[in-house]
Design a binder for this molecule. Structure first.
Ligand code: ZN
Length: 173
């Protein structure tokens, strides 16, 4: 059974959504920190905005959930399809050398995954209530993605993927 097919009611759907949004907020903050290091305050501000949206969303979900009694699911008991919440960059992917074009691409991948997560649920969940709310959430993620697509357009195609680092960190092999 896919994860979407397990979304039999609002409590389980919201329990998953809140974790995803909180993780997403952290990932966006990490990307913003990297952009601060790179002196890219505008891109950093965009990521902070996305982090803020995710936190706001998580907060709304928590408020909506007060009466619902969300199932208490231990972190290791979540059955994410890839072992991790979908709006999560792969943990090794954020590094301090990352330039804004790579950071934006990573953020776009995150938003795309979040969108797809909700979109699949909006089609396949057995509960109509869940499908409806998931469709709304998918739209929100699409808006986040659009914001990043706009940003990406403003960056020259040939911007280097990896900026030169005169003093590379000593990584243990
Ligand atoms: Zn998002």
């Amino acid at each position: 059974m896919s994860l979407a097919q397990k979304m039999s009611g609002l409590p389980i759907f919201l329990a998953y959504s809140v974790v995803m949004e909180e993780e997403a907020a952290e990932r966006h903050d990490e990307l913003a920190d990297v952009m601060d290091v790179h002196n890219n305050p505008e891109v950093a501000a965009t990521f902070r905005k996305l982090a803020h949206y995710s936190r706001l969303h998580a907060q709304e979900i928590r408020e909506q959930s007060v009466k619902l009694e969300l199932p208490k699911i231990a972190p290791w008991d979540f059955e994410w399809e890839d072992g991790e919440p979908p709006e999560t960059a792969d943990p090794g992917a954020v590094d301090y050398l990352m330039n804004r074009s790579k950071a934006l691409r990573l953020a776009m991948e995150n938003e795309q995954r979040a969108h797809d997560f909700y979109a699949v649920i909006s089609r396949e969940a057995p509960s109509a209530e869940v499908r409806e709310l998931a469709a709304e959430f998918a739209d929100e993620e699409q808006e986040h993605l659009d914001l990043l697509v706009e940003w990406r357009k403003r960056i020259p195609e040939d911007e280097e993927e990896t900026p030169f680092d005169p003093d590379p960190p000593h990584m243990p092999e």
